[in-house]
Design a protein around this ligand. Sequence first.
Ligand code: BES
Ligand code: MN
Ligand code: ZN
Length: 496
Amino acid sequence: MQIHGLSTAPNEALVSWQGEALAVGVFSGDAGHAVRAALAQRFGAGLEHRLEQRRFKAKAGECLSFELLEGSPALLILVGLGEPEDFDLLALRQAAASISRCASNAQDLGLALPLDGQDADTAAAVISEAVRLTLFSDQRFRSESEPAARLESVTLFGMPAGAIDTAQASAAICAGVTLARELVAAPPNRATPEHLAATAGELASEHNLALQVLDAAACEALGMGAFLAVGQGSELPPRFIHLTIPPRGEVHRRVALVGKGITFDSGGYNLKTAGGQIEMMKFDMGGSAAVLGAARALAELRPEGLELHVIVASCENMISGHAVHPGDIVTAANGKTIEINNTDAEGRLTLADALVYASRLEVDTIVDLATLTGACVIALGEEIAGLWSNSDTLADALIEAGRLGGESLWRMPLRKSYKEGLKSPLADMKNTGPRSGGSITAALFLEDFVAKDIHWAHLDIAGTVWSDKPRGCDPAGATGFGVRTLVNWLLQGGAS
Ligand code: BES
Ligand code: MN
Ligand code: ZN
């Protein structure tokens, strides 16, 4: 899809627009006067009457469309923006998403949304991203696919050409989000550890990146007893994936992104039940999907001076005569022994070895993403991911990057005293503590496997990886959560 900028002011542009569809944002109350006057100039006073008939109040999220049989535009979409003082980046994203849902069957759309308070670059990026992401529809698993959206060209009124150039990064970001959504939505008989490794392989050959894929024997040689224990009950072989995006120019910062890659989490002998959402546990590789999606975007965007390592320890958590017993004691790659008192707390075991591996690359910063705990979903719900970090600057930078990308993060505490809960009578630690504060003890467990001098953040995306209904520019289903935050953060250039 092509996105263009038209520097003419939105209200003037909407009067002269000759394309197939026109979408216009309208503030409620007095703030909407100027737009309504421009609309009256274009469509006559009859439009106001129709708006009244259809009780259009221009509240945030309200959306009306009119099919006009003759001339141009053939489709008029009005979207309510609410009060100007409540209109922020998220509201802009939401408005652009509603519009592109209504306009998906037009080929050519002109879009008049106010920039109020935003700089043009940011607004252009948010709108482009919202339009592209909303149009995504996954037809891979149908025998007859539904026709794709017709929308080919979107013209943003009141946007200088320069803003549109900046917003071109949004195409790469959206390709990354799409990859993440497709990986998460793919069923567990498709998205296997080998499939994740093959996906990394495609990225590597397409963009000339370095890739190492370790099999079980190679992981064994590195002492990854925690990771291997999780996968040992499965018929599918585990894969440890390490993809490297080399720096453009001199290295300024070295970052590792680590993603949980459990392609199916049955719980193991601490078996999940239907109430524990066992049928959804294909999404337990959402962290790995996010880091691979980010890699896809960044391989294209290549921020200057960034050396990026993308690491995924992928396997299935299954039951068989070979599976881990509750009570087994294993040794991670850093020599720490872990008593597995619950086989369903498998993600942290795989991440432990991945974090040790990442620490040994001597990176400045590690960010891990994981659908780690049900407790995080209870705490923050499905719209907000939990964030734990040993660095205030890193935490703030990630929260801001998430805000730009429409992904909400909420910082949670690394309360040292809660580590008591992970004490084992036999081994160095247990893999689970008490039920209360479960997402915090999970984060504290991970922290033990990160080298002390590294800035580290952990994102628990258990609630945000999947959505039962469309929300913002995410369709129902896999959201691709994390890609926008990671890419925005790495494009902003802060080392931590
Ligand atoms: N993959 C799950 C976490 C999860 C649960 C994600 C529900 C999304 C929805 C993880 O491996 C898990 O099972 N965690 C356990 C930990 C517990 C045994 C300490 C949990 O949260 O119940
Ligand atoms: Mn589990
Ligand atoms: Zn899991």
